[in-house]
Design a protein around this ligand. Structure first.
Ligand SMILES: [Zn+2]
Ligand SMILES: [Zn+2]
Length: 257
């Protein structure tokens, strides 16, 4: 009796797609899954966690942003540097995020981060690459992509490291090398969301360390994280990477709060 792949290999065109449809129907009957936001049955090929309709509601921000820290401006007007960046240049060279942390994007990020719907990382990574495709100053000349790391204990609790999943997808789509173990979190910190701005800076001070400075010396680094709240985490990571010899540190996040 021929193996499963043998049967499949013998099929062409309509027969193969009928088989795939059949497989999808069996999957739906045995393990129906529903969109975690709207409850629609996920029946299209490739749909996982969220339906295509909910994913389509996640769109890039149209307001302009600070050319340096990437904060979105509320009013009209072209891109320029914000007052805070003009007064004191941050340790990172520039940061961009795709949209504000709200609506379906916020829900998707929460699902991705806290509920182990790891497969959302692909859609979110693609969203970053597509919505920031025209930001030449972000991508041009990048040597290595580095995710903002979780503390190993947090990673064990959660089961994966969300920034690492995003960094891999971004690296794959932009054809850039990803170096996950280069920056490490050496001190477990309180969640940044629970703290005020000054406390956030103190909270992350000394929390990161460069394990392999040979991988970043003289290089242009692109840091990747999921959410940008205050700039404390990116600042601290950028300062540590620069002390270890990085020539430039840029950062990209999916959303800013
Ligand atoms: Zn949905
Ligand atoms: Zn700024």
């Amino acid at each position: 009796m021929p193996g499963k792949s043998g049967i499949r290999d013998g099929l062409i065109g309509p027969a193969r797609s009928a088989l795939q449809r059949g497989a999808k129907l069996v999957e739906l009957a045995l393990f129906p899954s529903f969109c975690k936001l709207c409850g629609t049955l996920l029946e299209r090929a490739g749909e996982r966690v969220l339906c295509a309709g909910c994913l389509q509601k996640i769109v890039p921000e149209t307001a302009s942003s600070c050319v340096c820290c990437g904060r979105f401006f509320d009013g009209e007007g072209g891109p320029h540097a914000c007052a805070a960046c003009l007064e004191r240049k941050p340790p990172f060279d520039r940061h961009r995020s795709c949209a504000r942390y709200r609506g379906e994007l916020k829900d998707a990020l929460l699902l991705f981060k806290y509920r182990r719907f790891r497969s959302l990382g692909k859609a979110l990574g693609r969203f970053v690459v597509e919505s920031l495709a025209e930001e030449i100053v972000l991508w041009d000349g990048v040597d290595v992509v580095i995710p903002v790391p979780l503390h190993p204990r947090r990673r064990r609790e959660r089961g994966f490291d969300q920034a690492r999943v995003l960094a891999r997808e971004i690296g794959r789509l932009r054809k850039l090398p990803v170096a996950a173990g280069v920056l490490r979190k050496v001190r477990n910190t309180a969640p940044q969301t629970s703290l005020e701005r000054e406390a956030r800076r103190a909270n992350v001070r000394g929390a990161y360390e460069v394990a392999r400075s040979d991988r970043i010396r003289g290089r242009v680094v692109l840091l990747v994280d999921d959410v940008f709240t205050t700039d404390s985490t990116i600042r601290e990571c950028a300062a540590v990477l620069k002390r270890a010899g990085a020539r430039e540190v840029r950062a990209v996040t999916v959303a800013q709060a």
